[in-house]
Design a protein around this ligand. Structure first.
Ligand code: UDP
Length: 413
C-alpha cells in the first residue's frame, strides 16, 4: 500500500485579504518545518457555499463594509454576536451548506495555487490518491460551527480523530463566533482576545474551561521581518531612497475611502518632501482614479493588488491604513509609525486601541487631519523613529512559525 502524505486543510473565506494572507503564512511555515505535509487552503463559502448569500460572501462583505460608513456592517456584526444571530447562522448553514461542506471536508486533493486571489481553484489529487485532511484549521470566524460538527461526524464514520484548531486573525477585537467550545485549540494574538475566547468557551453548554486557548500572535508572512536596510527596501520598491516614504493601504480590497485619503497624503508629501505608494488591493476603480490623477507625476506610485506588500511596508516611514488586523500586525513587525484612516465598526475597533495604547499611532477621522499628521511625521525624523521603535515592541513576526509548530505537534502520527 502507498501511504499518503499528511494533509492540513485551512478553511477561509476571502472576506477581506487577511484570512488568506494568514493561511498562506501558516502553510509556508509548515512547509519550512516539514516539507512533506500538504496544505490545502480553501475558500469554503465561495467554492462550496452553493447558494446566495453563502457563495457570495466576499462580494457581500465588500458591499456591507463600504455601504453608508459601515452602518450595515455594524448591524450585521452586532447581530452576529447575539445568541439569536449565532442560532440563525447555525440553522441556515445546516440547511443550505451541510452536504457541500461535507464534500469540502472529505476532499482528497488540495489547492495547488492557494495564493491566487479570486482565481479558479487549482485542485490536484496527489499521485498516492490522497485522503481527507488529517487536521482542519479554521482561519475565519464563520468556519467553526458546521465544519466542526461535520468533522466529528466524518470521524465517527471512519474512525479517525481529526484535530480541529481555530487560528483567530483578528487582533484587538473579534466576533464571538470565532470561539467555539468544540475546537481542540484556539490560537489568539492578544490578551484581550484570550480573555474573550476563554469567556465564550466557559459559557458553552459543553464548554471547556478555556485551557485550550493559546495566546501566540497573528500569523503574518515571514518576509515582513526586516532583513535589509530601509534604503535597500526603497530601492526594491522603486522609490527615491533619499526621501521618507508614506504607504497608503485599505486592506486587501482597498476600502475605507482610499482615494480621498490618498489625495490628502499626496498633497502633504508634496509639501513636506516625501514619496507616496498607494496600494489599492483589488479595488480597480480606486486604482484607475488615482492613476488618472497622478499617472505622470513623480513621487507617487499607484498599485493594484500586490504580492510584494512586505517590501513596501519595510520601505515605508509612515503607514496610513484602514484598521485591518493583518496590516496592523505587519506594521508592528516592521516597526512603522501608523495613522489609521478608517476602521470597521465593531470588528476593527480594538485594533485602533492596539495601536494607540502602544503609542505608535492612532485614528484620525478626517482627511485634512490625516494630511496634517503625515506632514508632521515627514518633518520630524525623531518622532517617526520613536514611533517605529514602539511599534516593533508589539510585533510578533515569529508567530506564524510558532503556530505552525503547534499544529505539527497536534497532527496525528
Ligand atoms: N495585502 C496584500 N496585497 C495587497 C493588499 C493587501 O498582500 O495589495 C495583504 C496585507 O498585507 C494583509 C492583508 O492583505 O496581510 C489585509 O488584511 P487586513 O486584515 O489588514 O485587512 P482585510 O483586507 O482583511 O480587511
Amino acid at each position: 500500500t502507498v501511504l499518503s502524505a499528511k494533509k492540513i486543510q485551512f478553511l477561509i473565506s476571502d472576506t477581506g485579504g487577511g484570512h488568506r494572507a494568514s493561511a498562506l503564512s501558516l502553510s509556508s511555515s509548515i512547509s519550512k518545518l516539514n516539507p512533506e505535509v500538504i496544505c490545502d487552503v480553501v475558500d469554503v463559502y465561495t467554492t462550496y457555499g452553493n447558494v446566495f448569500p453563502f457563495k457570495d460572501y466576499p462580494e457581500l462583505y465588500k458591499f456591507m463594509t463600504s455601504f453608508a460608513d459601515g452602518i450595515l456592517w455594524r448591524w450585521f456584526y452586532e447581530g452576529g454576536e447575539t445568541e439569536l444571530g449565532i442560532l440563525t447562522n447555525r440553522i441556515l448553514t445546516e440547511i443550505f451548506c451541510r452536504d457541500s461542506f461535507k464534500e469540502c471536508l472529505s476532499r482528497v486533493g488540495y489547492n495547488r495555487s492557494p495564493s491566487v486571489k479570486d482565481g479558479p481553484e487549482d485542485y490536484v489529487i496527489p499521485p498516492c490518491g490522497g485522503s481527507r485532511a488529517d487536521m482542519v484549521v479554521s482561519v475565519h470566524p464563520l468556519t467553526q460551527d458546521l465544519p466542526l460538527k461535520l468533522c466529528s461526524e466524518l470521524d465517527s464514520s471512519d474512525g479517525h480523530r481529526t484535530p480541529f484548531v481555530t487560528v483567530c486573525t483578528d487582533l484587538g477585537s473579534a466576533s464571538r463566533s470565532w470561539f467555539h467550545q468544540g475546537a481542540d485549540c484556539i490560537v489568539v494574538p492578544t490578551k484581550v482576545l484570550e480573555d474573550k475566547a476563554k469567556l465564550v468557551c466557559r459559557q458553552g453548554a459543553a464548554g471547556h474551561d478555556g485551557g485550550r486557548v493559546k495566546r501566540i500572535g497573528l500569523p503574518i508572512r515571514p518576509e515582513f521581518m526586516p532583513t535589509k536596510t530601509k534604503a535597500e527596501y526603497k530601492a526594491d520598491a522603486g522609490v527615491d531612497e533619499g526621501k521618507p516614504m508614506v504607504l497608503v493601504v485599505g486592506g486587501g480590497d482597498g476600502m475605507g475611502g482610499i482615494v480621498e485619503t490618498a489625495k490628502a497624503v499626496v498633497a502633504a508629501a508634496k509639501r513636506d518632501g516625501g514619496t507616496v505608494v498607494v496600494v489599492c488591493g483589488s479595488n480597480k476603480e480606486a486604482k484607475g482614479n488615482l492613476e488618472a490623477e497622478y499617472g505622470a507625476s513623480g513621487g507617487v506610485k499607484v498599485l493594484g493588488y500586490t504580492t510584494e506588500m512586505a517590501t513596501y511596508m519595510n520601505a515605508a516611514d509612515v503607514l496610513v491604513t484602514k484598521g485591518g488586523p493583518g496590516t496592523i500586525a505587519e506594521a508592528a513587525c516592521v516597526g512603522v509609525a501608523t495613522v489609521i484612516s478608517s476602521f470597521l465598526p465593531g470588528q476593527e475597533e480594538g485594533n485602533v486601541d492596539f495601536v494607540s495604547d502602544g503609542g505608535w499611532g492612532g485614528f484620525i477621522d478626517n482627511n485634512e487631519g490625516i494630511g496634517e499628521e503625515v506632514g508632521r511625521l515627514l518633518r520630524d525624523d525623531g518622532e517617526r523613529k520613536r514611533r517605529g521603535e514602539k511599534a516593533k515592541k508589539m510585533g510578533r513576526g515569529e508567530a506564524s512559525d510558532e503556530i505552525a509548530k503547534l499544529l505539527l505537534d497536534m497532527l496525528p502520527a
